[in-house]
Structure formats: C-alpha cells, structure tokens
Design a protein. Structure first.
Length: 193
C-alpha cells in the first residue's frame, strides 16, 4: 500500500464501520449468539456495537391461516458494527476461528463496507420492519384460488388483478354460470396446490 492509503486507513480506523462476516449458510443465528456471548464475556463491548443477521418478515398462508416466518436477506453473512482499529488482529482472528465462520470480507484484515452499502442493507432491514410483512409466495394473475372467508367461502375463482399495496385481489367467481368479480383481501383466499 502507498503512504497515502496507509494514512487514510489509519485516519478512519477509529470510526464505527460495518463489516461483513462470511459464514456457513443456515448457521447465522447460532454464530450471532456465539459472538454476542463473547462480547459479554470479554471487553469486546467497548468496540463491537452491533451483530446483525439481516432478515425480513414474510408470511405464507397454510391451511387458511397466516403463518409468519423470517427470511434471511443475505444467506451466509452476518453484519458487525465495530471500530476497525480494534477489530483488526487478534479479535478478527478469534471471530474467524468460531466454528462455521468462513472469514471476514478482506480475510486477514477486515475491510469495512462503504457507508452506501451499509445504508442500503440496513435500510432494507428497516424498510421491512416498517412495512411489516410481505407475501413470500405472491399471488399471480390467472392463478386459481379457493375463497376461505366471507360470503363467498368455498367458491373457487381465478385472480384477475393483484394489488400488493392494499393486499387485495380481484377474483372472478362463477355464480349461477356467470363470472362475477369479487374483491378480497389476501387472507380470504388460499392457493390451490
């Protein structure tokens, strides 16, 4: 590295930055718990501020019931907010030696994410918690659904229109041999498999 780059790295080393830790997919929560435990047992809480597994809440409809699930936004990654100068060296090696951890982005010396990258990823997490929920298996126009609630319960119809914002569907149902348009919310129908 050049002298200018070394100085730039050292100047920003005392700032809080976000780092990306590559882990075995499916083990993110366990590794997060292990790192949080280490933070409590050691003096790491002075320079590691957040350990996040980016997730969003989604729901599926199973047997007519709304089932909430968390879906990982970045399978195989954990985000760590820390002071870079303290994270380098022994602490980074100790974290990298935790079972199922692959390495930090930058391997030997963790490289911080740019503020734009961090804002984009963290903003996505914030957006989903504010927006509440999304449907993990979206409804599609032309798809056949069974109505499970309301005056048209037990009728089967085809989706004519999907409004994600309002969580509403327009479904064409045959009543006395004629197609009738019915507006329903997502919770009033279930997919026919």
């Amino acid at each position: 590295m050049s002298q200018e780059k070394d100085t730039a790295v050292l100047e920003g080393a005392d700032e809080k930055k976000w780092y990306s830790l590559r882990v075995i997919s499916g083990k993110e929560k366990k590794i997060q718990e292990r790192i949080l435990l280490e933070i409590e047992r050691s003096e790491w809480k002075d320079f590691i501020f957040s350990v996040i597994v980016p997730t969003e809440k989604v729901y599926k409809i199973r047997n007519g019931k709304k089932v909430m699930q968390e879906r990982n936004l970045l399978p195989g990654y954990i985000l760590i907010e820390a002071v870079g100068a303290k994270l380098n060296g022994d602490v980074a090696k100790l974290i990298a030696d935790i079972p199922n951890v692959i390495h930090f982005l930058g391997k030997e010396t963790p490289i911080p994410m740019t503020q734009a990258e961090a804002n984009r990823l963290l903003g996505k997490v914030d957006e989903t918690s504010e927006a509440g929920e999304t449907l993990s298996e979206p409804f599609l126009i032309g798809e056949t659904v069974k109505i499970i609630d309301g005056p048209f319960a037990e009728f089967v119809g085809d989706i004519q229109e999907v409004n994600e914002e309002r969580k509403k569907l327009k479904v064409i149902v045959k009543i006395f041999g004629r197609g009738t348009e019915v507006e329903l919310n997502f919770m009033q129908v279930e997919k026919i498999s």
